[in-house]
Design a protein around this ligand. Sequence first.
Ligand SMILES: Nc1ncnc2c1ncn2[C@@H]1O[C@H](COP(=O)(O)OP(=O)(O)OP(=O)(O)O)[C@@H](O)[C@H]1O
Ligand SMILES: [Mg+2]
Length: 359
Amino acid sequence: MANDGMPQEKAVLDALRTVKDPDLHKDIVALNFVKDLKIKDGRVSFTLELTTPACPVKKDMEQWAREAVLKVSGVREVQIQMTSSVSRSTLAAEKQSVAGIKNILAVGSGKGGVGKTTVAVNLSIALAQKGAAVGLMDADIYGPNVPLMMGIAGRPHAIHDRIQTLSNYGVSVMSMGFLTGEDTPLIWRGPMLHNVIQQFIRQVDWGELDYLLIDLPPGTGDVQLSLTQTVPLMGAVVVSTPQDVALQDARKAILMFRQVRVDILGIVENMSYFQCPKCNERTHIFSHGGGATTAANYGVPFLGEVPLDVSLREGGDEGKPIVAADPKAPAAQAFAQIAEKVAAQVSIANLNSSTMIIE
Ligand SMILES: Nc1ncnc2c1ncn2[C@@H]1O[C@H](COP(=O)(O)OP(=O)(O)OP(=O)(O)O)[C@@H](O)[C@H]1O
Ligand SMILES: [Mg+2]
């Protein structure tokens, strides 16, 4: 007897195989997203475990899965539990991974002042808002801006030789600014800088993190090169503004990361346009489209545009990042979408590297 009109596991799984993850380009059964499948009296229940809580198509995937299973004959009801488990970078494992941290990402740019710290801060908070465990390390030892922008003041303490992070907006943070004060100039040479970064990674108690973002200092010199080699980075987000000079420096940053074999997760174009708060008209103050063109030329993803917004700057200065302070503002929504794209790129890179190892 094949069955008594009741749906069978194979039929349900075959139906679920028609649902593809649009970023990972594989079906959700092959990706091992389907867990705890139970079928009883025409009632089907299962868990869909995605690779990030920041999945841009979480709702769609749930709906596609439900529709697919409802088509199986005999199915009367479908219950889906949505969950996620962030994939761990296998690339990081090769380069001395850090226990507890699944993915370490750098936010860099060739040029100074294009908004790296602003992007790193808002992306971290956006990822945390979506339910990910997130840390933010300020690698700008000479000019740490993260404490101010994250609205954190104070000194970290140590427990059993492990330096404890300070946190705000759901993000665990470490910065030289906590240790020296933000206005103390530091004149350190290469080896010492290397040691500080090592300590920030290995002696800080980051706990369990899905994503650790690293805010890099500006430039593509020795300091940045040494940083990218000291830390087991799985990828980098490159920030640029639309002007040619900034894009030229962004290209340098892409080449620097490539030189040390760090994946480029994509380019963010900051200060892309000004949206008039009165009439909503967009003005492209520094020309337009350069970030997307540069991304296309270098074969890297374009992650999105962030508008010029006075409240973004004010929020930064006051330690109230726009993503937390005014999540509905266009700039905040842009960051939220960019965060989803970054998370998707991390999942794609991890899937590709793990299948490369298996195959
Ligand atoms: N989209 C934006 N709209 C308005 N102001 C912005 C925007 N992005 C960044 N800013 C402001 O521009 C200034 C520089 O930004 P930020 O410090 O993030 O740049 P950075 O690339 O980290 O600089 P540095 O190279 O010095 O580390 C800050 O005052 C910030 O608030
Ligand atoms: Mg900065």
